[in-house]
Design a binder for this molecule. Structure first.
Ligand SMILES: [Zn+2]
Length: 138
């Protein structure tokens, strides 16, 4: 597990632009999903990115809407996530939001980027990842 002082992979900063540690940021939700679910779709999206970085399959599956949840999340050892940029966060109503983001990665020595708009739904007070639509390459 990451040490307490490690910066959060999602790259969040405080209002004063100080980078947040894993424990201050996505770690809250990833380490205590049962008691402290992500309070909004944006936090969930960031914590799921972080879970991909940390290869935390249990968290990814637990935050996936049941109708689209895969049986497992395969990890690609050759793929390394580099950073995350949130482009747009839209709240449609209290139970549905989308987040558009770009996540950069390296795979087999080559750089790439995933540009996706993800849909999130809130059920019984918890946010879940519903599905995502890949955007045209930038
Ligand atoms: Zn984070």
């Amino acid at each position: 597990m990451p040490v307490a002082a490690q910066l959060c992979p999602c790259g969040s900063v405080s209002p004063k632009k100080v980078p947040k540690t894993f424990e201050q940021c996505c770690g809250c939700y990833i380490n205590a999903f049962d008691t402290t679910p992500a309070p909004d779709a944006l936090s969930l999206m960031r914590s799921r990115y972080t879970a991909y970085v940390l290869d935390n399959e249990a968290y990814l599956l637990a935050t996936w809407a049941s109708e689209h949840r895969p049986a497992s999340v395969s990890s690609d050892e050759k793929l390394k996530w580099l950073d995350l940029t949130v482009k747009k966060y839209q709240r449609y109503d209290e139970n549905s939001s989308t987040v558009e983001f770009v996540a950069r990665y390296r795979q087999d020595g080559k750089g790439g980027r995933l540009h996706e708009t993800s849909r999130f739904v809130r059920r019984a007070g918890r946010w879940y990842y519903l599905d995502g639509r890949e955007r045209d390459p930038l």
